[in-house]
Design a protein around this ligand. Structure first.
Ligand SMILES: NC(=O)C1=CN([C@@H]2O[C@H](COP(=O)(O)OP(=O)(O)OC[C@H]3O[C@@H](n4cnc5c(N)ncnc54)[C@H](O)[C@@H]3O)[C@@H](O)[C@H]2O)[C@@H](O)CC1
Ligand SMILES: Nc1ncnc2c1ncn2[C@@H]1O[C@H](COP(=O)(O)OP(=O)(O)O)[C@@H](O)[C@H]1O
Ligand SMILES: [K+]
Length: 467
């Protein structure tokens, strides 16, 4: 079993909330939620005393008004803008007014804004009236449940949206909390736990990745840990071979075989790799990585067929994906039981399976089902979908990995984890997390080439294993 941080879609959350609400006094969930918001607000205020509420038409606004009520009782000056006065949560508004909360047309100068514009019912970006109030905010924003304007289930931002310093959410995390920037995310328990079955998606945290990372035991030798095969690079693109092979070498101990036209370059940089010019005499491996810099000609197609026929787990990237998109018959070479991990970026995905669209999780799921493969859709948020419906997501803390060649490193990492016999969904998820951590550690705030990201792999493994 993979322990991880689960995320539940809005439909599942609502169903669970209904079951809890049926057995607790009316309004008690909202007050618990609001109390959590007020507690976080006091912390963010750090002694300052002016809070502004943006209150929408539904229960998210109700949470904000009740939070305003609790803040007033702690002596905080609270004013509220009602975006839809006639629909504002009646009890919340009455309670807020009772303790001296003021309703105003504009927030004016405040120390903290509580965003109660819209929560789980959000559809699309902020509407113009709400966007107008959000556009000129100077104070930090505490979002109730989620930053308004971001889609709760997809994390898509398609227009004006709130940018939150912190988000306080209730009962469980929702996809938006992993797929989009919500600031620091805090979870308030409202008793949903027993009503929630397994999550729709999950995030691996650093300690989990560290715990899954393969470590040699006393009985291991270079073969027992799994041999990674790399079929990448060409006379034109030898660098891709050097990066992918290096990543496989640094990811696990054991052994890496390289087969292809960049053998001399790989040998020169990585003397420990076993290099050969042709895949036909590469020797036995427990996984293949194929595609980076490989080219898309007839000899590259032959390489792709060979790895698909090999009967070991395969990670296919870059040119391998393009070849499969151009010539789907190449899939016939695959033994139906062979696990395949595809690692497209958005343009490669389009070639393979059409538009990615705003729902990246759905896109990864579609392709995973279509190809019966694990699909790792790259980007700032990386989505890993398995053919069995499991989904892992990883949001990078920065974007320094957006540099040429960093994908080659990722494919080498995945190949090594596959050779070590990690479950392919987990292999892709752990590799994506480690890759993002390596990028941040290598960068330290400055641009880095992919070779620096690669060099930071051991440091990142150490950090995750000690986390
Ligand atoms: N159901 C429950 O048990 C609980 C719900 N809680 C709160 O209730 C929220 C859900 O409340 P509701 O279902 O009433 O709906 P919301 O408060 O999320 O949405 C209210 C209204 O906002 C408007 N809206 C939708 N999209 C918009 C956009 N893009 N820009 C501006 N306005 C938009 C719509 O008119 C919508 O009906 C949760 O997010 C949470 O904050 C909490 O009180 C905890 C308990
Ligand atoms: N904006 C971003 N923020 C964080 N990581 C990113 C971003 N854009 C791309 N990445 C990561 O960088 C890598 C780029 O891979 P890819 O596009 O295949 O590059 P290349 O083909 O040049 O190696 C992927 O791991 C991807 O997830
Ligand atoms: K909100």
């Amino acid at each position: 079993m993979i322990p991880m941080r689960g995320l539940w879609t809005t439909a599942r959350v609502r169903a669970a909330e209904e079951r809890v609400m049926a057995r607790v006094p009316a309004g008690s969930l909202m007050r618990r939620a609001a109390f959590g918001v007020a507690t976080a607000a006091l912390e963010l205020l750090g002694g300052k005393r002016r809070v502004g509420l943006l209150v929408g038409a539904g229960n998210n606004g109700g949470d904000a008004l009740w939070a305003g009520y609790y803040l007033r009782r702690r002596g905080v000056a609270v004013r509220a803008v009602l975006l839809a006065p006639e629909k504002a949560h009646a009890e919340g508004l009455a309670a807020f007014r009772r303790v001296g909360g003021r309703v105003v047309d504009r927030l004016g100068e405040v120390d903290l804004v509580v965003d109660g514009i819209v929560g789980l019912s959000a559809r699309g970006p902020l509407r113009p009236d709400a966007a107008e109030h959000v556009a000129h905010l100077d104070a930090p924003v505490l979002a109730v449940d989620l930053p308004s304007g971001i889609d709760p289930d997809t994390g898509a931002i398609t227009g004006p949206a709130v940018r939150a310093a912190m988000t306080v959410t209730f009962g469980c995390l929702k996809p938006v909390h992993a797929l989009a920037d919500c600031g620091e995310v805090r979870l308030v328990d409202i008793g949903l736990g027993p009503e929630l079955a397994g999550p729709d998606l999950a995030e691996l945290d650093d300690a989990e990745v560290g715990a899954h990372w393969p470590v040699p035991g006393p009985q291991d030798d270079k073969y027992t840990q799994g041999v990674t095969g790399v079929a990448a690079g060409s006379a034109t693109y030898p660098g891709a071979a050097v990066l992918a092979t290096g990543a496989a070498l640094l990811a696990t101990s054991g052994m890496v075989r390289y087969a292809g036209a960049a053998a001399d370059g790989v040998r020169a940089r990585w003397p420990e790799a076993i290099c050969t010019g042709s895949i036909t005499d590469a020797g036995r491996v427990q996984s293949w990585v194929a595609g980076p810099g490989l080219g898309t000609g007839l000899s590259a197609e032959a390489v792709l067929r060979t790895v698909l026929e090999a009967g070991v787990p395969v990670c296919l990237d870059a040119d391998a994906i393009t070849m499969l998109a151009n010539n789907p018959d190449l899939w016939d070479a695959r033994d139906p039981d062979t696990p395949v991990v595809l690692t497209p970026h958005d343009r490669e995905y389009e070639r393979l399976a059409g538009e990615v669209g705003h729902d990246r999780v759905a896109a990864a799921r579609r392709a995973a089902e279509k190809f019966r493969a694990v699909v790792l859709l790259k980007g700032h948020v990386t989505v890993v979908a398995g053919p069995d419906g499991r989904v892992l997501v990883n949001r990078a803390s920065g974007s320094w990995a957006a540099t040429a060649g960093s994908g080659d490193v990722l494919s080498g990492l995945i190949g090594a984890l596959l050779a070590a016999r990690l479950d392919p969904v987990l292999a892709a998820g752990c590799a994506a997390r480690l890759h993002a951590v390596a990028a941040e550690r290598a960068s330290g705030g400055a641009p880095i080439p992919a070779s620096a990201l690669l060099a930071a792999v051991p440091d990142a493994i150490r950090a995750l294993r000690s986390g």
